[in-house]
Design a protein around this ligand. Structure first.
Ligand SMILES: *[C@@H]1O[C@H](CO)[C@@H](O)[C@H](O)[C@H]1NC(C)=O
Ligand SMILES: *[C@@H]1O[C@H](CO)[C@@H](O)[C@H](O)[C@H]1NC(C)=O
Ligand SMILES: *[C@@H]1O[C@H](CO)[C@@H](O)[C@H](O)[C@H]1NC(C)=O
Ligand SMILES: *[C@@H]1O[C@H](CO)[C@@H](O)[C@H](O)[C@H]1NC(C)=O
Ligand SMILES: *[C@@H]1O[C@H](CO)[C@@H](O)[C@H](O)[C@H]1NC(C)=O
Length: 512
């Protein structure tokens, strides 16, 4: 095979990939015997790249810090700490992590991944190379990353990339995910449309593999069901205003009352605001999981009317015992190297931490007193009522741990006395390729009692179905109205609140 040789060379030689000015420091590193790399989009959007090609390209800076992503970062920290304490899973082996910001852009995500697996940092000092990468978030980034990492036989486990295309084991042999493929999500949308007799459905989707893939599956599914796709528009991040205006104009002109929307929530907001500007507020949106439970959208009062009645497929939420307490006890003093937590801290308490290079410091905010505490803080960061992506990330860490447990042949030291501690073989010389093989075969029971295994690299379909309703105080919230379990669609129709004041769903059935 020869890959282990290549890998060793990679580890020994210091490769300075570029100047890395905008990789947001070097992420958050915690040493251990085996390092789990992770890509989290802590920032949402990099400035538009310079495509003039008249000078050397550099990574644009990342903008738009996202509080909820720090919550995802902490899901890794929490899972790793829990596993390191466990007497039955990987006893004697300390897991470490290297978490970097992918900024929702592939130049950042690729550079960060290379930096994690090579173990170099800016000064060519060493952090231990990551043996596996949890990520990336988006499908497009995951495709690029899988193509790059698969010759090196490095496994990646995404928590959010749901494109059906990624189920191709020939093309993406090193790709796994703890989220079901969208093939099931788009299929669920088709089943819902059939159930309610909607025959004329439009689609507005992200102009990437995520959006286009979903429409493709939806079209497949509705064949022979008497349902037609009325129109299909894409939203491209680089020209969002223009695309949103075009899509909104089509929605306005079309008689289709039900619109399938598969797009990133920030882009969905621009599209919905454009519809409001045109006074089109009586459509029913079928929401994909990336925006169906978005606290960001639900909190925008401008959307209260237009988005009421939205039906969405949502990632199933599963509680993680102890996670709430972990989040509330966080303090930068305990994690001095966690730059993500530092930024969150400064934003939450309007103060600046020493050592900080962030905005808070430049804006000369008063120094933090050290007595700040997340104990009583209500924010997207401390909200653990619906753990979805955080749970997927938590599961991904557990999948890696169980694969390692099997790779290191952790068995009782003394067979005649099972109480005697488990012992694992040394993790020093394992290769990423060995770990990849064991991840593919992983099979365990989760703490919530579910069986976990990968089928074509993905987990089987499990979703919650949600509906956006007005709360008594007029605000919007989402309510669970059913679920998908395997091939079963379970809906409580009387729990659904429809758009407008009609209270009925019949108005969305087209007369055609
Ligand atoms: C790079 O790693 C070395 C050795 O671990 C460390 O001393 C140095 O501070 C690191 N550099 C940066 C920029 O993190
Ligand atoms: C928006 O729609 C409402 C109700 O249909 C109508 O009364 C109002 O005049 C419309 N406003 C604009 C700007 O078109
Ligand atoms: C295994 O445990 C039994 C009972 O505790 C003990 O008698 C035996 O000597 C142990 N064997 C080894 C190889 O440690
Ligand atoms: C790991 O590899 C090193 C160098 O190749 C070797 O000296 C050492 O004995 C190996 N350790 C184990 C536990 O196999
Ligand atoms: C269905 O929803 C209604 C209204 O919210 C509720 O009263 C009822 O208990 C629900 N039924 C089931 C089986 O969950």
């Amino acid at each position: 095979m020869g890959f282990s040789v290549e890998e060793e060379t990679l580890q020994e030689k210091c490769v300075n990939l570029d100047t890395l000015q905008n990789l947001d420091g070097d992420g958050f590193y915690q040493d251990g015997d085996v390092i789990i790399g992770a890509l989290i989009n802590v920032h949402n959007l990099a400035a538009t790249p310079d495509l003039s090609f008249t000078r050397e390209a550099e990574l644009p800076p990342c903008l738009e810090f996202q509080e909820h992503s720090v919550h995802w970062v902490q899901a890794i920290v929490f899972a790793v700490e829990e596993i390191n304490r466990s007497p039955s899973l990987l006893p004697g082996v300390q897991l470490g992590y290297h978490i970097m910001d992918s900024c929702s852009r592939y130049p950042h995500s690729l550079t960060a991944a290379m930096s994690m697996i090579s173990g170099g940092n800016k000064t060519c000092g060493t952090t231990r190379p990551a043996k596996v990468i949890i990520g990336d978030s988006s499908s497009t980034q995951s495709i690029l990353l899988s193509r790059t990492l698969s010759p090196l036989q490095i496994a990646m486990i995404s928590y959010l990339a749901s494109c059906p295309c990624l189920s191709d084991r020939q093309k993406y042999p090193n790709f796994f995910r703890t989220i079901p493929s969208d093939a099931y999500q788009a299929r669920t949308m088709a089943q819902i449309a059939k159930r309610f007799g909607w025959t004329w459905v439009g689609a507005v989707v992200a102009d990437n593999d995520y959006g286009r893939g979903a429409v493709q599956v939806f079209e497949e599914e509705i064949k022979g069901m008497g349902i037609c796709l009325a129109f299909f528009h894409t939203l491209y991040r680089e020209q969002l205003a223009k695309d949103a205006a075009r899509a909104a104009a089509t929605v306005q002109a079309s008689s289709a009352r039900v619109i399938l929307v598969f797009s990133w929530y920030v882009d969905v907001e621009v599209f919905l605001l454009e519809l409001i500007r045109r006074n089109v507020t009586d459509r029913l949106f079928l929401a994909s999981e990336v925006w169906s439970t978005s606290a960001y959208l639900l909190a925008n009062p401008q959307l209260y009317t237009i988005a009421k009645g939205t039906l969405g497929v949502a990632l199933r939420s599963v509680p993680i015992p102890g996670f709430d307490a972990h989040l509330r006890q966080l303090h930068p003093a305990r994690y001095p190297d966690d730059e993500f937590l530092r930024t969150l801290w400064e934003n939450t308490f309007d103060c600046s931490l020493t050592k900080s290079t962030t905005k808070a410091f430049q804006n000369a905010l008063p120094p933090c007193s050290g007595r700040e505490s997340l104990e009583g803080v209500q924010s997207p960061f401390t909200d653990t009522s619906h753990l979805t992506v955080a749970y997927n990330i938590y599961l991904a860490v557990y999948a890696v741990a169980h694969a390692l447990h099997s790779l290191l042949a952790c068995t009782p030291q003394n067979n005649s006395d099972p109480k005697i501690k488990l012992k694992c073989s040394s993790p020093d010389n394992i290769t990423a390729a060995q770990l990849l093989k064991h991840i593919g075969q992983v099979h365990f029971t989760t703490q919530s009692g579910e069986e976990f295994y990968f089928l074509d690299g993905s987990i089987p379909p499990v979703y919650d179905l949600v509906n956006w309703q007005r709360a008594p105080d007029g605000s919007l919230r989402y309510v669970s109205i059913g679920r998908v379990d395997g091939n079963q669609l379970i809906i409580n129709e009387s729990a659904i609140s429809w758009p407008g004041d009609s209270g009925k769903c019949k108005c969305f059935s087209d007369l055609s």
